[in-house]
Structures are given as structure tokens and as C-alpha cells.
Design a protein around this ligand. Structure first.
Ligand code: HEC
Ligand code: HEC
Length: 198
């Protein structure tokens, strides 16, 4: 395995043997993505609660968030540093790769079904417009919420609400309304709803 990777790197670096751009790009995209797999899991389905799954997110979403990490518009523990190590073109290729992988909901997450039901209603009213299909869709380039790791969602939303991370204006408006009506309990109901996706 190690040998083969080293050989592939040598081939790409030297521009040898691989004729035609398509052939050179394919191994390169998955090789680049392999550097993310240690934390984000094989094919972008993370096994750890503080690290989000990337699989199935839209290409544009992934590119945008990497840019936010680079500029510091999105708060992070490590992604700020990691994102700076990649060119725009490399990020586009990585994003392309992960967007084509199938999203697998986080395994074994606990939730309260009563709270999840209330959360579903809140989601429909305040979030569904941009996070379609109960937060499962990536069509609006807004990130997958349903089946994402709850701890990750919690601190990401907290950073958005405190102003540490970028948040779309319209989302901010909706979230404010939700928070005024339903309070922290409402936010908790949402997390239960997203965790209920199996
Ligand atoms: C050392 C572990 C680690 C590595 C390696 C890593 N990540 Fe991350 N990633 C994280 C963590 C942790 C977060 C949550 C933000 C933070 O705290 O930095 C994250 C968040 C993200 C997010 C946000 C996802 C979302 O749903 O909003 C994207 C996109 C991302 N990483 C892409 C990548 C890509 C692409 C690579 C490879 C080039 C990569 N990461 C490598 C740990 C890692
Ligand atoms: C007007 C469209 C819109 C609405 C409404 C909206 N969002 Fe978002 N949301 C987005 C976009 C776009 C992003 C990604 C861009 C960014 O990070 O700034 C995002 C990102 C997120 C993220 C981070 C996802 C990740 O994987 O890191 C969370 C969590 C989130 N939204 C929760 C919510 C909740 C909860 C609601 C309902 C109260 C909501 N959003 C309503 C557009 C919206």
C-alpha cells in the first residue's frame, strides 16, 4: 500500500506514464482527499463526534467553507491551518471528490423522540427553506444537518450565533426568530431532530 502510494506520487510528480489529463487528475483527487481521511473518515464519513462528515455535501458548500477557514470567517480548532495548505484548485478537486461520496448518518447517536418531533416542526418552519428534506439535502449548498454529528453541529451553531463564524443573513434572521419563540430548548429540540436521522 505504502509503496504503491509512493509510486503514484512519483509518477504524477514526474508526469510520467500517465497520458492525458483525465487520467492524471483522477488519482490525484483521491490522493488529496486521502490526507483528510485520517480525521474525516474513509470517503468522508467521520467516526468521531467533533469531526463532521464531508461525504455528500455539495461541491460549492465544501469550497466555500474551506475558503471561510482560510480567511478565518469560520472559527476552527485546526481547519484554519489545514485549509491554508491547499491551493484553490486542489480544494476544488477535493470538494469534487467528497461531494460524490454517499453520506452515511452518524452511528449510534442518542436522541429523545419527543424532543425530535418538536424539533421537526421547528425545522420546517425556520430552517427547511435552505436545509431541505429535513436537513438531508445538499442542494442549496448549505451543508447536511440530518445525521451529522451532534457535538459538531452544536459548537458550529454556537460559533455562528456568537458571531465568531460567518452566518448567512437570512439564516441569522430565522434563527433569531426561533430563539425568541422557543429559546435554548428549541435549539436543543432541533439537535434531537437532526440526531434522529438514521
Ligand atoms: C487533524 C484532523 C483533520 C484533518 C486532517 C482534516 N480535517 Fe477537516 N475538520 C476537522 C475538524 C476538527 C473540523 C471542525 C472544525 C475545526 O474545529 O477545525 C473539520 C471541519 C471541516 C469542514 C467543515 C464541514 C462542514 O460540514 O461544515 C470541512 C469542509 C473540512 N473539515 C474539510 C477538510 C478537508 C478537505 C481536509 C483535507 C484536505 C480536512 N478537512 C482535513 C479535522 C480535520
Ligand atoms: C436563507 C437560507 C438558510 C436558512 C433559512 C437557514 N440556513 Fe443554515 N446555512 C445556510 C447556508 C448557506 C449555510 C452554509 C454557509 C455558511 O457557513 O455561512 C448554513 C450553515 C448552517 C450550519 C453549519 C453546517 C455545517 O455543516 O457546518 C448549521 C448548523 C445551520 N446552518 C443550521 C441552521 C438552522 C438550525 C436553521 C433554522 C433555524 C438554518 N440553518 C436556517 C443557509 C440557511
Amino acid at each position: 500500500m505504502k509503496k504503491r502510494t509512493a509510486l503514484a506520487v512519483a509518477l504524477v510528480a514526474g508526469g510520467l506514464a500517465l497520458s492525458g489529463e483525465a487520467m492524471a487528475e483522477t488519482p490525484s483527487a483521491s490522493m488529496l482527499a486521502n490526507t483528510c481521511a485520517g480525521c474525516h473518515g474513509t470517503n468522508g464519513n467521520s467516526q468521531g463526534p467533533a469531526t463532521p462528515s464531508l461525504a455528500g455535501a455539495s461541491r460549492d458548500y465544501l469550497i466555500e467553507v474551506m475558503e471561510y477557514y482560510k480567511t478565518g470567517e469560520r472559527a476552527s480548532t485546526i481547519m484554519g491551518r489545514i485549509a491554508k495548505g491547499y491551493t484553490k484548485e486542489e480544494i476544488e478537486r477535493i470538494a469534487d471528490f467528497f461531494s460524490k461520496q454517499a453520506f452515511v448518518p452518524a452511528k449510534g447517536q442518542e436522541f429523545d423522540s419527543g424532543l425530535a418531533k418538536k424539533g421537526a416542526k421547528l425545522h420546517d418552519k425556520y430552517c427547511e427553506k435552505c436545509h431541505a428534506d429535513g436537513g438531508s439535502s445538499s442542494e442549496d449548498d448549505a451543508g447536511i444537518l440530518a445525521g451529522q454529528w451532534t457535538p459538531y453541529l452544536k459548537y458550529t451553531l454556537a460559533d455562528m450565533m456568537s458571531g465568531k463564524s460567518h452566518m448567512p443573513k437570512k439564516m441569522k434572521k430565522k434563527l433569531k426568530k426561533l430563539h425568541e419563540k422557543a429559546g435554548d430548548a428549541g435549539i436543543d429540540q432541533l439537535f434531537n431532530f437532526y440526531a434522529s436521522k438514521k
